[in-house]
Design a protein around this ligand. Structure first.
Ligand SMILES: C[S@@+](CC[C@H](N)C(=O)[O-])C[C@H]1O[C@@H](n2cnc3c(N)ncnc32)[C@H](O)[C@@H]1O
Length: 330
């Protein structure tokens, strides 16, 4: 595969790699797999056996999901990463075709990345997709419960939903056990995905970890049903994506819930919550003439509305530019 142009945005480089991998593969077979996978993931529930069962499934998954999981992982790392020290090594658990690896490399291009998964075909495609990138990545066979090699950052992207609650707990503990500097876990931004993230967050706090993002505090989550903490990442759809998933829109919005944590005794942990000076924006800011309404999660562990008016000058200017998921300086 020719070397990818590093100046080209990572989303487009992934798109090129997916298009190249799909050349000559009958669209009917891929669409059949996409339909089956959408149904399976919608049904939810732990999987007794791997859900991706063939090279076609794996390519279908990569083509219709990877751009979205890359976007979610990139947002998560961008929100959390500015508090992290330089990351030199990453282990991605249940990494499949490598979406989190692409995201980590876009943040830390020099990092050594290891993608671990139970599905050999997913690892093989992941390797092929990254072949044109100047990146130090290894793909290896692994199952939840097996030892996890140590790394600065351990990522777990869209994996918990496939596991029993016991296996989820064991995976989060294994991720924390192997991570030297940070753990980053992301799930679909549904109420059930959020609940899995909440359980992971509680387990990390109980184990002495400190939350870096999205929460600007270490208190219990202030959101109450039917509300839930989730964010959104815009994904531009390629023609391959449109062919496989149908629909005319040129983009879709990937909803995700996540947590990024650092060891409680690390220097990074000391500044993890923004020194109590930052809140997290929990919804699309509502912009009206002369005012912006923000929904915030605050450093004191509360959540609620803040209205910023034109009279507040610099704050108002800042409020006009912020987006759902950003930090808000108080
Ligand atoms: C929905 S895919 C997510 C893939 C990738 N992390 C991403 O974000 O696109 C879930 C992945 O978890 C892996 N997985 C699920 N259960 C596993 C287990 N028990 N051991 C290892 N990998 C597992 C699957 O093989 C699959 O690649």
């Amino acid at each position: 595969m020719p070397a990818a142009d590093p100046q080209r945005p990572v989303e487009l480089r992934l798109r090129d790699a997916l298009d190249a991998a799909a050349v000559g593969v009958p669209r009917g077979a891929l669409s059949g797999s996409v339909e089956r996978l959408i149904e399976r993931y919608r049904a939810g529930g732990a999987a007794a056996a791997p859900i991706l069962t063939s090279p076609t499934d794996v390519l279908a998954y990569a083509a219709y999901r990877m751009p979205a999981t890359l976007a979610a992982c990139r947002s998560m790392l961008r929100h959390g990463a500015f508090r992290l020290p330089p990351i030199e090594s990453v282990v991605d658990l249940g990494g499949g075709t490598g979406a989190a690896a692409w995201a980590a490399l876009s943040e830390w291009p020099e990092a050594r990345v290891t993608v671990l998964d139970q599905v050999g075909d997913a690892l093989a495609l992941g390797r092929k997709l990254l072949a044109g990138e100047a990146a130090d990545v290894e793909f290896a066979s692994w199952r939840v419960g097996a030892a996890v090699p140590a790394a600065d950052l351990v990522t777990v992207s869209y994996v918990l939903s496939e596991l029993t609650p016991d296996a989820q707990r064991s995976l989060v503990a294994a991720a924390a056990g192997a991570a030297r500097r940070a753990v980053a876990i992301v799930e679909p931004g549904t109420p059930t995905g959020y609940r899995r993230i909440l359980a992971a967050r509680t387990a990390l706090l109980d184990a002495g970890w400190r939350i870096v993002a999205p929460c600007p505090h270490q208190h219990p989550c202030p959101l109450r049903e039917p509300d839930w903490c989730h964010f959104s990442a815009r994904v531009e759809r390629s023609s391959l994506h449109r062919q496989l998933k149908g629909g005319d829109l040129g983009h879709e919005d990937e909803k995700f819930s996540y947590v990024v944590a650092v060891p409680g005794d690390s220097v990074d942990g000391a500044v993890a919550d923004g020194g109590g000076a930052e809140a997290r924006i929990l919804r699309h800011p509502v912009k009206r003439k002369g005012l912006v309404e923000l929904q915030l999660c605050r450093p004191d562990g509360s959540a609620g509305r803040q209205v910023v008016t034109k009279r507040q000058g610099a704050s108002y200017k800042q409020a006009r530019d912020v987006r759902w998921g950003d930090a808000w300086r108080l």
